[in-house]
Design a protein around this ligand. Structure first.
Ligand code: NDP
Length: 246
């Protein structure tokens, strides 16, 4: 990682909303060149416009991409300049169903996106980092990668898998010039926290009642911190929680 943060090329997955969109804004302020990937192109263009208004002159390339589509991921990455920092943030939770009741579609969607999607993008980007002996891979996992709770079985399994992949990758890349970081947030107020109750705001609010959640910007600032250390400093993992979440 010889280059300063301000000269680096970044690729984000899940950049169209929530934590990923907030990261895009914060890294734009650092002067990075950004590739913003997600499925909803129109949302990516909105983020691009927001950045153009706040931080004029920064290069932002929207990239319509479903991380589950392995071939398209490899084809898309092959068209890009080498990526200095990869942020694997695309992820989702569907429902809060017990293991007895969770649907096959929910199981597939969570595991395909959170685990296999992350692997697809990582495998597509890694060779160019290894070629240059430089880079940084930052995985957005979750407190759900460290703990479990009733109704969270499959999501927690997916994030525990992310944790296993992150730690394995860090060992495989030891002293390679490529750093590996896990960012593990607790409750963050994003689209996701509504989506997890299928749009039922009352239900969502009941669970989070009395707790001030983190904002996507709180997470983005932490990601920027991890990405802007000197190359010999590897922030291995950061557990970041709202003060009211034990
Ligand atoms: P949002 O739902 O707000 O954003 C999720 C992002 O992921 C969107 O940009 C979405 O874009 C993208 N995404 C989803 N599926 C795919 C796919 N198949 N291919 C490409 N992009 C995809 O959620 P958050 O910002 O909250 O979540 C971001 C990450 O943070 C996730 O990994 C989540 O697990 C993690 N997290 C969130 C917490 C929270 O409380 N909110 C707590 C801890 C961790 P699009 O739909 O356009 O594809």
């Amino acid at each position: 990682g010889g280059r300063k943060t301000s000269e680096r090329d970044l690729c984000f997955t899940g950049a169209s909303a929530g934590i990923g969109a907030a990261c895009a804004v914060e890294f734009a302020k650092e002067g990075c060149k950004l590739i913003l990937a997600a499925r909803r192109k129109e949302k990516l263009v909105e983020v691009q416009q927001q950045i153009a208004a706040q931080v004029p002159g920064v290069s932002v390339q929207p990239l319509e991409l479903d991380v589950r589509d392995r071939q398209k991921v490899f084809d898309a990455i092959a068209t890009l300049d080498p990526v200095d920092i990869l942020i694997n943030n695309a992820g989702l939770v569907i429902g809060l169903d017990t293991i007895a009741t969770v649907t096959p579609t929910a199981i597939d969607t969570m595991l395909d996106t959170n685990v296999k999607g992350l692997l697809n993008v990582t495998q597509a980007v890694l060779p160019s980092m290894q070629h240059r002996n430089a880079g940084h891979i930052i995985n957005v996992s979750s407190i759900s990668g460290r703990e479990t709770y009733p109704g969270g079985g499959v999501y927690c399994a997916s994030k525990h898998a992310v944790d296993a992949l992150t730690r394995t990758l860090r060992m495989e890349l030891v002293d390679s010039g490529i750093n590996v970081t896990s960012i593990d947030p607790g409750l963050v107020e994003t689209e996701f926290s509504i989506v997890r109750f299928a749009g039922d705001r009352n239900k969502a609010e009941a669970v989070y009642k009395g707790m001030q959640p983190l904002t996507p910007t709180d997470i983005a600032e932490t990601v920027v911190f991890a990405a802007s250390r000197p190359p010999h400093v590897q922030i291995a993992s950061v557990l970041i929680l709202p003060s009211a979440q034990a």
